[in-house]
Design a protein around this ligand. Structure first.
Ligand code: GLY
Length: 320
């Protein structure tokens, strides 16, 4: 059995590429890096890689991680600038015995030394978003860094039973320079153990990190829980905990897959989507919805929804 699951609809194209690789006995490391790179390279996704939205100094700082579920090797980069594919740098870092999590100039120096592609990641479109946000903020005098943000996070299982997890993000729009979220933090943005399964998060990093939610899901799966139940329990329990203790909980959406290719997803927000494929299921985008009792359910995204999604992502942007 093989499979791959990812946060958000933006992973669909890459997931289809991974499907083709995994079908031909491709390995989970190559497959997951391929998918994340496809998202990083697509300039119209404004929260990952090229075209990602900048920090308050109008600089694109990227976070990414890679984990090998066989060896538990982890590689991470935080606040890295001017490199095309942070996930590949994270994968390379995961192969070393030490110095696995590098940030800022240290990460850039490592990437340079190993010949990774340099690229100015700030697009003209991202500059317009930045400019418009400044105008809106002046008009409404409220800066909300979270809106418009979606991290790509994935878990992959290959037909040899090896699993990987990886993430990539530009983090919060208008974040402080140097801010690093949950995405490159093991146990928070991602975790995978080939003996059990893996999980990955998107949402408000500051809150996801308070609960190490990805690790919690893997822990629940290790106790025998199905990925769906593990995701629902971890997200609901931690959302409740945050609301009780702090009066509010940030956005939190998690996906998971176990080493049998069974998968799950849970969220505390409306409008979350994810993409999945397994040996038995073709690449599919699901939308997460809630019934009148607040119970979560999934629906495959309609063609209209898919068309609207891409049209809205690529629509011309007007400078205010
Ligand atoms: N979840 C990504 C971030 O908070 O940066």
């Amino acid at each position: 059995m093989y499979g791959i699951i990812a946060t958000w609809r933006m992973a669909l194209k890459g997931i289809s590429q991974a499907d083709a690789l995994l079908k031909k006995n491709g390995n989970a490391k190559v497959a997951i890096e391929t998918v994340i790179k496809a998202v990083e390279d697509f300039e119209f996704y404004k929260s990952v890689g090229y075209g990602g939205l900048p920090n308050e100094d109008m600089e694109v700082e990227l976070d990414a991680a890679f984990m090998d579920g066989d060896t538990l090797d982890v590689g991470c980069v935080g606040a890295i600038k001017d490199y095309a594919n942070p996930v590949s740098i994270a994968r390379k870092l995961s192969t070393y015995p030490v110095n696995n999590f590098l940030v800022g100039q240290g990460a850039e120096k490592f990437a340079h030394r190993h010949g990774f592609e340099r690229k100015n990641m700030l697009t003209e479109r991202a500059k317009i978003h930045y400019h418009n946000r400044i105008v809106e903020t002046t008009e409404n005098s409220e800066l909300k860094p979270y809106s418009g943000h979606d991290t790509v996070g994935m878990v992959c299982l290959d037909s040899f039973g090896s699993m990987t997890s990886a993430t990539s993000t530009s983090g919060l729009f208008m974040k402080h320079p140097g801010r690093v979220g949950d995405s490159p933090v093991s146990g928070s943005g991602f975790y995978v153990d080939s003996k059990v399964g893996g999980a990955s998060a998107t949402g408000l990093g500051e809150d996801v990190m308070k609960g190490c939610v990805s690790y919690e899901i893997v822990r629940l799966m290790k106790e025998g829980m199905h990925p769906q139940l593990a995701c629902e329990k971890a997200v609901k329990d931690f959302d409740t905990e945050l609301r009780q203790r702090r009066g509010k909980a940030g956005d939190m959406s998690l996906i998971a897959m176990n080493n049998k290719g069974e998968w799950g997803c849970a969220t505390n927000i409306e409008g979350f989507s994810f993409a999945v494929c397994t040996e038995k299921e073709k690449p599919t985008v699901y939308l997460v919805k809630f019934d009148e009792k607040g119970k979560q359910y999934f629906e495959p995204a309609s063609k209209e929804w898919m068309d609207h999604y891409m049209a809205s992502r690529t629509a011309p942007l007007i400078r205010k």
